[in-house]
Design a protein around this ligand. Sequence first.
Ligand code: ADP
Ligand code: MG
Length: 237
Amino acid sequence: MSLELKNIRKAFGATPVLDEVSLTLQSREFIAFLGPSGSGKSTLLRIIAGLETADAGEVWLEGRRIDTLPPGERGVAMVFQQYALYPHMSVRENMAFGLRNARVPRAEIDTLVDDAARVLEIEQLLERKPDQLSGGQRQRVAIGRAIVKRPKLFLLDEPLSNLDAALRLRTRVELAQLRQRVEAAMIMVTHDQAEAMTLADRIVVFNDRRIQQVATPVEIYSRPANTFVARFVGSPA
Ligand code: ADP
Ligand code: MG
């Protein structure tokens, strides 16, 4: 088992957003969070990453309770939709930034950055500045910043939604390859069903503050748990 969420509850003021959400991920599993806008997907990722505090519940990663730890000590890395790179820094410096803050020794930083660059095939871009990169290349650098931390869990919040259709498709293939190379579990939030269906081992469907179904793409489509899931994935059931 990799990640375990136990009875997570969250409200913003008087508005409940997550109600008793529980979920267990296997090691190296690729999970997609699917659901309408406002159903709490990003909030749950932010709670796992430590950018938001749950009102109740626990988060465990590989046998360790992490919701009581600061974000930097959780073994979790998050890639945002707005993947702001530091414009005045080279790609190498952007990727090294988090490690430098964590006081990782210089030689080790170089090795980690070079390894991540090889995985993402951006070795030839390391000395460039962000404004010398295409949108897809920038996105890879943003993923690289997460990879160098060697997290046990990657959290990707709609990572492809700023890309045009062709690039989106290409990056989707790259993500599928990437997950073979990094020994970590991944959760990707997406509103794109095709993306979830092609990439994920299992899909988690959110609506109305709760998880509606957790199942493989085939099961979600062929045996939706309720009418909401059936309508949302457009299954014939
Ligand atoms: P999703 O990612 O599924 O679209 P979110 O987790 O972003 O949903 O949002 C869930 C609900 O919580 C929405 O109604 C949103 O407006 C609200 N919300 C999210 N973040 C905050 C915040 N920081 N303050 C107040 N309300 C928030
Ligand atoms: Mg969101």
